[in-house]
Design a protein around this ligand. Structure first.
Ligand code: ATP
Ligand code: MG
Length: 655
């Protein structure tokens, strides 16, 4: 039975009720984490449907990540608002494009380009501009920024100067020309890129009144969650979707802006009331999600100059104190997290109500190992699962086949460990490749990790009087571990980056790797970038409902320079544990200006030679020069580059 309208208002506080009953826009809700913004808008939609004011199919709710869109859909279903569209900007736009493009252009919609690196390289090559991989990556992300910021190739040089943008010593004129060449090459190949999905939709609506009319007739009520992360391009699309109507409701939290590097502009949220003087503007301050302990710690982290956030007032009863933990290295940190999860599980918390969050995907392998060691079910929310890597899958399949035909060996081939090594050798596992060997090195490390599982099993077996380990057992153990990460979403611990966790909540949350170099990330050096990293920590902390554990490790793997806990933890750590600054706190001396990449003529702090590589310039030195940065931090940097290169065309938070 569909819910009664009054039932939909029953679980709301007076301010949330004001939002839910303001069925006519414009409406803006500006409020902190866990104050019920998403709850207020889903109830508003459901209330509009239940009262008959909205036809369900005339409502379009948009947000930024597929997961957040899924969360919206789930909540709407529960409230009986079936048929309402809840999508990411990109999926909503792509749907419109797929429908209208053939009708308007008379051709199939061009395919979406899945990696634009090669086309950008081609364009640079035509202009005889030499680009190495880091510069290429910088160019690709700069073109992305320009496109979401509505900056054309022709306007790029002028606007880049205005926004203090700079790309690895390539002058703005040349960047503009490379950008233009890329656009032409893309068109010649009949492809569109990720931003084009929004750009083409916008163009289609603005150039074709009949399309505009139909879109606006279909979606009469627009609702935007996480509006603080809207880019100028997305804002332009919203305006086109809306037309003359002011049927728009936006909610967001300026303190949770974590995508400004990609063009997000929280000023669209904070300036909403100025643009719509008749808007209903509601502020929510009661935090319903987290205990006073979690809220207090999150408030404290944000209680510094420049990190403006609305102070949250906890509504829930007291819970346990926030736990802070320093480990000697990453493996013991991961083991500590796994122990903690097991303890919470023992105390009655379901694994599905727990999450482990970290800054970048490269931080997950030690954790995955620790979870697999204990058989804790988990699911990786972004990035590639260890046991899904091609080389790992290939090894497991080969091993299974070998085990099945094991009779053929009649026990030959030495110990299980020797046989397994031979199998890895047959798969091309040889000498350890040098650092910097990229994919080859990654593949080697994956296989080394598999071997270490077998070695651990073997060592455990030797310590008992039992029979020798067999290859069948190695295979079974690896399969069991692979299984452990394939649990249905409803059953396992969520393992995710901080960016992908936005808008979600769990009973118990562990934040991993909260040290200088990771949070703030080593490449965040301008005050704006560092503040954005602080907000990222705030987003992470406020995902916890009752139990929050924050950890870091002193070294990556037992050696090298000591790491310090994140400076952001200073307000919540006892004096003896604080960072007192940390590497990168000062940033390269020659840094000037504002905005991302606003750097002029930086020289390496170690050897004094000029720095050409954008990433190294942020670091302030050549990766290979001796310095105060420990190996773990440098590895993070390398990993970051690899990831950026891999995800250059599809920002992970959008798809
Ligand atoms: P975020 O900024 O992290 O996206 P949010 O403001 O969207 O947070 P919600 O996710 O809507 O917050 O709500 C946080 C939690 O508080 C949810 O579990 C929600 O069900 C609960 N909640 C919100 N409002 C109330 C209320 N009035 N009474 C009880 N629980 C509430
Ligand atoms: Mg929300």
């Amino acid at each position: 039975m569909p819910p009664q309208p009054e039932d939909l208002l029953a679980g709301l506080d007076p301010e949330q009720r004001e939002v839910a009953t303001a069925l006519r826009g414009p409406v803006a809700v500006i409020a902190g984490a866990g104050t019920g913004k998403t709850r207020a808008i889903t109830h508003r939609i459901a209330y509009g449907v239940a009262t008959g004011v909205y036809r369900p199919t005339s409502v379009l709710a948009v947000t930024f990540t597929t997961r957040a869109a899924g969360e919206l859909r789930g909540r709407l279903q529960q409230l009986g608002a079936h048929g309402v569209q809840a999508r990411t900007f990109h999926s909503a736009a792509l749907r419109q494009l797929q429908y209208f493009w053939p009708r308007v252009q008379g051709t199939e919609l061009p395919r979406v380009l899945d990696n634009r690196m090669s086309l950008v390289a081609e364009s640079a090559g035509r202009l005889r501009v030499r680009v190495d991989t880091p510069r290429l990556r910088d160019l690709v992300s700069e073109i992305g920024w320009a496109k979401v910021s509505n900056v054309s190739p022709e306007d790029y040089p002028r606007l880049a100067a205005q926004h203090h943008r700079e790309v690895s010593t390539i002058d703005a004129e040349t960047v503009g020309r490379i950008f233009l060449g890329y656009e032409e090459a893309k068109r010649d190949r009949g492809r569109i890129d990720f931003e084009d999905i929004l750009l083409c939709t916008a163009a289609m609506i603005s150039d074709h009144p009949e399309v505009a009319e139909q879109v606006r007739r279909t979606y009469r009520h627009l609702v935007v969650d996480e509006y603080q992360d809207v880019s100028p391009l997305q804002e332009a699309l919203l305006t086109l979707w809306r037309g003359d109507s002011s049927e728009i409701c936006v909610v967001g939290d300026p303190a949770q802006t974590i995508h400004s590097f990609a063009g997000a502009q929280p000023t669209f949220l904070t300036g909403f009331a100025r643009r719509f003087p008749d808007a209903t503007v509601v502020k929510l301050v009661r935090d319903y999600r987290s205990t006073p302990q979690v809220v207090g710690a999150a408030n404290a982290v944000m209680s510094v100059a420049g990190a403006s956030s609305l102070r949250l007032v906890a509504q829930r009863p007291d819970g346990p104190q926030v736990a802070f933990s320093e480990a000697s290295d990453e493996a013991s940190e991961a083991a500590g997290v796994a122990d903690w999860l097991e303890t919470q599980h023992g105390a009655g918390v379901d694994y599905r109500d727990m999450a482990v969050l970290f800054r970048i995907n490269a931080q997950s392998p030690p954790l995955e190992q620790a979870l697999a060691d204990r058989g804790i079910p988990y699911l990786v929310r972004s990035g590639e699962r260890f046991y899904e890597r091609p080389e790992v899958r290939q090894t497991l399949v080969t091993l299974r086949t070998q085990v099945r035909t094991a009779d053929a060996y009649g026990g030959e081939g030495g110990s299980a460990l020797d046989q397994f090594k031979a199998l890895l050798g047959a798969l091309g596992w040889t000498e350890k490749p040098p650092e910097g060997a990229g994919a080859v090195r990654e593949r080697w490390e994956s296989l080394a990790a598999l071997l270490s599982v077998a070695e651990d099993l073997d060592a455990a077996r030797r310590s008992t009087e039992g029979p020798a380990l067999t290859l069948v057992e190695v295979s079974a153990e690896l399969d069991r571990r692979a299984e452990a990460q394939h649990v249905p979403a409803a059953q396992g611990v969520t393992v995710s980056t901080l960016h992908s966790a936005k808008g979600l909540e769990w009973e118990a949350v562990a934040l991993l790797g909260v040290h200088e170099g990771s949070l703030p990330f080593v490449l965040a050096t301008t005050p704006e970038e560092v503040t954005e990293e602080r907000r990222l920590l705030y987003v992470g902390m406020t995902r916890a409902m009752s139990l929050l554990r924050v950890s870091w490790s002193r070294t990556r793997n037992g050696g090298g320079n000591a790491r310090k806990p994140s400076r952001f933890l200073d307000p919540v750590l006892p004096a003896s544990m604080r960072s007192g600054g940390g590497p990168g706190a000062a940033g390269p001396a020659a840094r000037k200006g504002r905005g991302r990449g606003a750097v002029l003529s930086v020289h390496c702090r170690s050897c004094g030679r000029g720095l050409n590589d954008g990433a190294e310039r942020k670091l302030g030195r050549h990766v290979d020069c001796p310095s105060t940065f420990d190996e773990g931090t440098l590895e993070l940097l390398r990993e970051w580059r690899r990831q950026e290169a891999a995800s250059a065309s599809l920002p992970a938070y959008c798809v």
